[in-house]
Design a protein around this ligand. Structure first.
Ligand code: DGL
Length: 274
């Protein structure tokens, strides 16, 4: 594997919504994406288990000469970002719950947050909401089952629509005018949610802000790739790559071929363009 890549990982395919924004903003960076699909979902797992999985992934990413790592998973950020920053010398960027933006923009004083149990239980969510949304009515909702629908390539089905209705309609009835997507899998449902809420409610995906933060951190550490080469992408998975291939095709319009790669001393399934 080539040196100086940006490593991006998630419990599965959700982090691709963050990868997409990083790719858009930094077209000449090489990116290594890791989907821990074998261990997905992270949401219901104890934080210690998630932190251990995150350290194993980062060990592999460092062995693959990643210059920084983006934790493209709110749940893993909540469980592991402090441990990662204490244990490794490379820079990390994690997911920030976009509650600040929602709190600043709300006119009704009511916002909704859709995330996993692990994210709501974490210190980061509690601190951010206390800091920015102390005077705001925040309606929280665990998106049980949504991650699994993305992983199974069933996010555009009737089943997905009913589940989203169950989570989103009570928020609209409550009067929220901002809905924060607090899990990187959920932006795949953004078009459906926007159709449900119409133009009364803003649906916030934090991925573009996270990509801007990645760029800032690269510059601060003088790690950006300054040559004009076209950035490459390698997508590695601890599970099957079938759903990832379909999802990538629908996101980029490109075709991806499967191979086996060595990643941190072990063989994994991988996809790259071609
Ligand atoms: N994409 C992860 C997140 O942002 C999903 C968590 C899960 O696997 O449950 O939280």
């Amino acid at each position: 594997m080539s040196s100086s890549r940006i490593g991006v990982f998630d419990s599965g395919l959700g982090g691709l919504t963050v990868w997409r924004e990083i790719r858009r903003l930094m077209p000449n960076e090489d990116i290594l994406y890791f989907a821990d699909s074998k261990n997905c979902p992270y949401g219901p797992k104890p934080p210690q288990t998630i932190a251990k999985l995150a350290c194993e992934i980062v060990d592999r990413m460092i062995a693959a000469e990643c210059k920084m790592v983006v934790v493209a998973c709110n749940t893993a950020t909540a469980a592991a970002i402090d441990t990662l920053r204490q244990s490794y010398s490379i820079p990390f960027v994690g997911m920030e719950p976009a509650i600040k933006q929602a709190a600043l923009n709300t006119k009704t004083g009511k916002v909704g947050v859709l995330a996993t149990k692990g994210t709501f239980d974490g210190r980061l969510y509690k601190e951010t909401s206390q800091k920015y949304a102390n005077n705001i009515d925040v309606m929280v909702q665990i998106g049980t089952g949504l991650v699994e629908l993305v992983e199974a390539d069933e996010y555009e089905t009737e089943k997905a629509h009913s589940l989203l209705e169950k989570y989103v309609v009570p928020m609209i009835e409550h009067g929220v005018d901002q809905i924060v997507l607090g899990c990187t899998h959920y932006p795949f449902f953004k078009p459906q949610i926007e159709q449900m809420v119409g133009n009364r409610v803003a649906v916030i995906d934090p991925a573009p802000a996270v990509a801007r933060q990645v760029s800032k951190v690269l510059i601060e550490h003088d790690l950006q790739n300054n040559n004009s080469h076209v950035g490459t992408d390698l997508f590695v998975s601890s599970g099957d790559v079938g759903a990832m291939r379909k999802l990538l095709k629908s996101m980029t319009g490109k075709t991806y071929s499967e191979s086996e790669v060595e990643f941190g001393g072990q063989r994994f399934n991988a996809l790259s363009v071609g």
